[in-house]
Design a protein around this ligand. Structure first.
Ligand code: ADP
Ligand code: MG
Length: 351
């Protein structure tokens, strides 16, 4: 077992990141806070006809893609495996077989090169990626993590620390999941976020008053619910189809998006005010959404908060975020054991 540690300044360490928790095979290289390479191979096309990710298909795609993706990342960065100071990998949460491919690859690199291994929580990585664009996050920070699998409001006193507090999460569907389901209903491709986002820009967001879940006076202030909204959209569309009316798809997309974004931004602002945060960080695949990004920046200006919004390409799953998360940890604690494994149900904060 390697007992390697980072030698030299952790601030300038060259970290190799590996991400395989879902359908993106990612290999990233980050030196300090600088992104050198972010290679991603996606198997999304192989899942599209099923309307969701098929775990076994994803695992096999990772096996095929990992080595070529790693070679691409090293070539782009202009470095060799011998140059790296640490190896970081998503240990969970995610699909079991998919995670195992990345974890096995990361251990192989760590062992062969005698470099320390950092097992990273996928959710921490989504939040940490902003480091590469905007520098270290304000601490304490409130982060909204919205993706295909997660919707949570987090209090982050220290990035990379174990003291992250989940202020609230979705009680049913994740926001991205609602996008994917509504897209299917409207006959749009999977994943549903990007096509709804595009269509919404030509629709009227005030056309249909869809419900805002979990916003009643007795509801949990920082929890979310998107399942009722998805059902409301389905009923509305069905009712039009029943009487032979054409469904105004752009208006439905815009009004649905407005309902999602409204709840997300309102609750994030409330959380920041309650905990006295100075920064608001947006993270996860759904953070690529145009309307959410616009409203987020407006809210931060109005409330005097620093806005941390990663570039669009850094929002969806990638490995640069895994390397960034490890960077925060280099100075905080020692590496993970090579005996540590993949944990599909890794609890948050974990690492
Ligand atoms: P995971 O939960 O698997 O980690 P990602 O973080 O990669 O997922 O996020 C994927 C999700 O992000 C999908 O549900 C997709 O619909 C959503 N998404 C991507 N781009 C947009 C967008 N522009 N608007 C809304 N949702 C988006
Ligand atoms: Mg993700």
């Amino acid at each position: 077992m390697t007992s390697a540690i980072v030698t030299g300044s952790p601030a300038e360490a060259l970290v190799l990141g590996i991400e395989t928790s879902c359908d993106e095979t990612g290999v990233g290289l980050v030196r300090g806070r600088t992104l050198l390479a972010d290679a991603v191979a996606s198997s999304v096309d192989e899942h599209a006809r099923f309307g969701g990710v098929v775990p076994e298909v994803a695992s096999r795609a990772h096996l095929q893609a990992l080595v070529p993706t790693a070679h691409r990342a090293f070539a782009t960065a202009g470095v060799t495996p011998n140059d790296i100071d640490a190896v970081a990998v998503t240990a969970g949460p995610g699909l079991s077989g998919a995670l195992l491919v990345g974890v096995a690859a990361a251990k192989a690199y760590a062992l062969a090169l005698d470099k320390p291994l950092y097992a990273v929580n996928h959710l921490s990585a989504h939040v940490a990626v902003d480091l590469l664009g905007n520098g270290p996050l304000d601490e304490p920070c409130v982060a909204l993590l919205v993706s295909g699998g997660h919707s949570s409001l987090l209090l982050v006193p220290r990035i990379g620390g174990e003291d992250v507090v989940e202020l609230g999460a979705t009680v049913d569907d994740a926001a991205g999941e609602a996008y994917d389901k509504v897209a299917r209903l409207l006959g749009l491709p999977f994943p549903g976020g990007p096509p709804i986002d595009r269509l919404a820009s030509s629709g009227n967001s005030a056309a249909i008053a869809f419900p805002r879940g979990m916003t009643g006076p007795r509801d949990e202030p920082f929890s979310f619910s998107f399942s009722g909204l998805k059902t409301a959209v389905a009923r509305w569309v069905e009712a039009r189809a029943k009487v032979g009316e054409t469904v105004p798809v752009a208006d439905v997309a815009a009004s649905f998006q407005e309902a999602v974004v409204d709840v997300l931004v309102t609750k994030a602002r409330r959380a920041a005010a309650e905990v006295g945060a100075t920064g608001l960080c947006l993270a996860g695949g759904e953070a690529a959404n145009s309307s959410l990004r616009e409203r987020w920046l407006d809210a931060c200006i109005a409330d005097g908060l620093r806005a941390f919004v990663p570039s669009r390409t850094m929002c969806t799953d990638n490995a640069a975020m895994v390397a960034a998360a490890a960077w925060y940890r280099l100075a905080l604690d020692g590496p993970s054991s090579l005996a540590s494994g993949a944990d599909p149900a890794l609890r948050f904060p974990g690492y």
